[in-house]
Design a protein around this ligand. Structure first.
Ligand SMILES: [Fe+2]
Ligand SMILES: [Fe+2]
Length: 368
């Protein structure tokens, strides 16, 4: 007998031999199991065979054609209702009794064997089925491992996203803890900047960059001395110069954090640049200033004007809008400022967002 030579293959190939002649099934079992190492089960009743194929896994069915109570054709029809994978080789008593090739193709039968006492041809047919089965298994294993790898990657991304948001929250909590009066400022700037960006119909990616940069823009204030950050009256020029360093500090802090923050660095660094070139830290002007920073700077100024400041009274929303209008083309990009004013027409709606929170005093009164 020829020995099948695909490595590790025969021992995990399961064959069911179905023939109403018990002598035939016993012969098939002893021939293919003993010598080739395939697992061969036998069955003499076609209905029971269908149940076994439903219940257990078989790779190949050796199927007698003329049987009772149902013949081979009906057996195949039943099996194909629930299993399209099993390879079927038809066993016929004589070639004249075999169905025509077209019928075999319709029935999805892989070959037929004219019963005789020599099994060489059947062996060849089985080997060819085994080759296909092994190839299919390799493809499935590859596909499954690819799918498992994809699932691992998405889980890692999910975790990374969660860590990223946790890190943002942690950094902002640190900043907010320094000064209760500016608590919530970065959330409000982020929310308003996103509204302006949406009004401008920027891409999802840019909007997300603006959201994060808005949240992080002032984190550099953790390095500003308390004597300046918490000063109750107007800053001296020297103190103001020190205060101005915070945008560069924000940039430096984010630069040392994981690379996920790299795309918000320009926006954070430039959020105090002015359209006319008189801002800081680099004195950029016009479109040299990243669009994210031109948007954040308006949201930042609006929130600074409308929320509490120690040494001056806050503006109403209308007064702050008038100030944005007045500073179009000097402090602010005129086009962005127009869009921002349009977005601010919805200010009452925007501030209903649960993240839009003002600091409160010990009596839980909003500090404004
Ligand atoms: Fe700032
Ligand atoms: Fe700010």
């Amino acid at each position: 007998m020829r020995k099948y030579n695909i490595k590790n293959c025969p021992s995990n190939i399961n064959i069911l031999a179905l023939d109403d002649d018990p002598m035939m099934t016993l012969t098939l079992q002893s021939y293919f199991q003993a010598a080739s190492g395939y697992n061969v089960d036998i069955e003499n009743d076609p209905l029971r065979a269908i149940e076994r194929i439903k219940r257990d896994h078989y790779d190949i069915l050796l199927l007698d054609f003329l049987m009772r109570p149902i013949n081979g054709r009906e057996v195949v029809k039943e099996i194909r209702k629930f299993n399209n994978d099993i390879y079927i080789i038809l066993l016929t008593g004589h070639i004249s009794l075999a169905p025509p090739i077209s019928t075999m193709r319709d029935m999805d039968i892989q070959g037929y064997f004219e019963k005789s006492d020599r099994f060489d041809l059947l062996e060849l047919l089985i080997e060819s089925c085994v080759k296909s089965i092994v190839q299919m298994r390799t493809i499935r294993e590859y596909r499954d491992s690819l799918q498992a790898a994809n699932e691992r990657i998405s889980r890692a991304y999910e975790q990374l996203g969660k860590n990223y948001e946790d890190m943002i929250l942690m950094i902002r909590t640190l900043t907010d803890a320094r000064d209760i009066y500016t608590r919530g400022h970065s959330d409000r700037v982020s929310l308003l900047a996103v509204e302006i960006a949406k009004e401008m119909q920027l891409s999802e990616t840019t909007i997300e960059r603006i959201r994060i940069a808005g949240l992080m823009h002032d984190i550099g204030k953790v390095r500003t001395p308390d004597s300046i950050l918490l000063k109750e009256c107007k800053l001296t020029d020297a103190e103001f110069d020190e205060m101005k360093k915070h945008s560069h500090y924000s940039y430096e802090i984010l630069l040392n954090l994981p690379a996920v923050f790299s795309d918000i660095l320009p926006a954070v660094l430039s959020h105090h640049e002015r359209y006319d070139g008189t801002g800081y830290p680099q004195g950029l002007s016009g479109e040299e200033i990243p669009i994210e920073a031109r948007i954040i700077s308006i949201a930042d100024a609006f929130d600074a004007m409308t929320s509490f400041r120690r040494y001056r009274h806050n503006f109403t929303a209308e007064e702050a809008k008038a100030e944005i209008q007045r500073c179009k083309g000097t402090q602010f990009d005129p086009v962005v400022a127009e869009v921002a004013l349009r977005a601010l027409e919805r200010f009452d709606e925007i501030k209903k967002d649960p993240k839009w929170v003002y600091p409160v005093d010990e009596n839980n009164e909003i500090i404004l």
